[in-house]
Design a protein around this ligand. Structure first.
Ligand code: ADP
Length: 457
């Protein structure tokens, strides 16, 4: 798009709105000269390409223009071919720079947010130039402290088979080095079994400029797998118990009937009714469990769309109202009783509708399960995030369990029967939406679950 201005102030106003990639300006303008304008533009956007047309041949002017980082000069009278040539050259540079910026943003995002492996980069001298959050966590050192320091100060690596310790030279090699079954030794003496490799980093001219070290902490991976399989076994044993108890009762009642222990018609009817009630309860348990397992599988497919948060919240609240009513609980939504005043203002965000409704329903259904008499739901927008709190006046959660309640299949001992998957899926939905969740709970006072999700400004 092309925007034109008649003087420097108008040019600046247009620039502050559209921030164009290229500016072509005269040097001699009323009120504010071109160089002053260029300086102001530079403050707003460093990388805009600036072409100055000038009739001046004055050295002073050129020095000021160079100071202001003008990219090209066109001498007046303007030769249209020269001007086009300058625009074309600067446009190619601007496009190239934008592509590089986008690529590096993407790489940054992948390395810092999406990669579960530890990634460390060192220069040819073995000094640290990059560490992603996983590496910082495993090594126990922030990148700010590690930057520029020799990698040997962070850790040493030993081959577990032949006990050989890696020297800096064996690391800083222009070839891939396999780190399968190696031991990483931290300065405090901690030993980690790692799996990974080192890979050379090359510049645009294929010159060797450093090494990337990529690894996983196998101990942590093993611990996580063991924890998950323990939780899975616990879930299965709780489920078996939930299925077995009613079946024993059903078979007991059936035997009573067969042995003729229920004499009168009234007694027989009572036994049959008991069998019916228990079977229905059993079917509900099976249905709930299969829904939860499906919900868990659904968490893997994240389909974001543009949504209105208050609509999502209203839908979830309406779905949960019957259960709240049947327990005689009162619901206060943004300081108003009931759902009628729900839409405070439109908050929009990119999210997966089904997952978000599900997340709010899980929080509300826990509040409904535990509240004594009241539930409070509040939500508001703060900058670029929407903050939702669900509070109940239930028994609260003991501090010792707070860290575990988001684990899959975890249920606090002695709590109301469930599957232990509700809060796990809440956490997954929050993570899928790049949000945060926290809990504040006081014994015999109640619990507040607070979720923050990124939303549109
Ligand atoms: P479940 O389906 O078993 O309730 P969740 O994952 O939803 O599983 O919750 C995990 C544990 O967290 C529950 O066993 C329960 O003890 C505790 N919990 C969750 N929400 C609340 C709440 N609002 N008040 C008290 N305890 C809660």
């Amino acid at each position: 798009m092309l925007f034109s201005a008649y003087n420097a102030q108008e040019g600046l106003d247009l620039f502050s709105i559209h921030a164009p990639d290229i500016v072509v300006t005269d040097i001699n303008m009323p009120n504010m000269d071109g160089i002053q304008m260029v300086k102001k533009i530079r403050k707003m956007r460093q990388d805009t390409k600036i072409i100055v047309t000038t009739a001046f041949n004055d050295e002073e002017y050129f020095i000021r223009a160079i100071d202001a980082k003008v990219d090209s000069f066109i001498k007046k009278p303007i030769d249209p071919y020269k001007l086009l040539e300058a625009i074309e050259k600067n446009a190619i540079d601007a496009i190239h720079k934008r592509e590089i910026d986008e690529k590096s943003k993407l790489i940054d995002l992948i390395l810092n947010n999406s990669v579960g492996d530890a990634v460390i980069a060192v220069d040819v001298n073995g000094n640290v130039i990059f560490m992603n959050p996983t590496a910082q966590y495993i090594i126990g050192c922030l990148v700010e402290h590690a930057h520029g320091r020799p990698i040997s100060e962070m850790f040493t690596i030993k081959n577990d088979y032949n006990n050989e310790t890696f020297t800096l030279k064996s690391f800083i090699r222009d070839e891939v080095v396999d780190l399968t079954n190696h031991i990483l030794m931290l300065p405090g003496g901690q030993l980690l079994t790692i799996y990974g490799y080192t890979s050379p980093i090359r510049d645009h001219n294929n010159g060797f400029i450093g090494v990337a070290i990529i690894f996983q902490d196998l101990n942590k991976l093993k611990q996580a797998q063991e924890r998950l399989s323990y939780q899975r076994e616990r879930f299965i044993s709780v489920l078996i118990h939930d299925l077995k108890t009613p079946l024993i009762a059903i078979s007991g009642y059936a035997r009573r009937l067969l042995l003729g222990k229920a004499k009168s018609d009234e007694e027989k009817l009572k036994v049959v009714n008991n069998i019916k009630d228990i079977s229905e309860h059993l079917l509900n348990t099976i249905e709930d469990t299969s829904c939860l397992l499906k919900e868990k599988a659904d968490l893997r497919t994240f389909i974001p769309e543009h949504l209105q948060f208050d609509k999502i919240l209203t839908m979830a609240v309406i779905n949960c109202l019957p259960a709240m009513e049947s327990r005689g609980l009162s619901l206060t939504l943004n300081n108003y009783e009931g759902v009628h005043h729900c839409g405070i203002r439109h908050i929009t965000l990119a999210g997966d509708q089904r997952q978000l409704i599900n997340m709010i329903e899980n929080l509300l259904s826990n509040a409904t399960k535990y509240a004594k008499s009241s539930i409070w739901v509040n939500y508001d927008k703060e900058d670029v995030s929407v903050r939702l709190t669900v509070t109940d006046d239930g028994p609260g959660i003991d501090e010792g369990y707070i860290d575990k309640i988001f684990d899959p299949y975890y249920q606090v001992p002695g709590s109301i029967k469930g599957t232990g998957l509700g809060l796990y899926s809440v956490k997954k939905v929050v993570e899928n939406h790049k949000g945060f969740i926290c809990v504040k709970s006081h014994i015999n006072v109640g619990s507040t679950f607070e979720v923050s999700l990124p939303c549109d400004p």
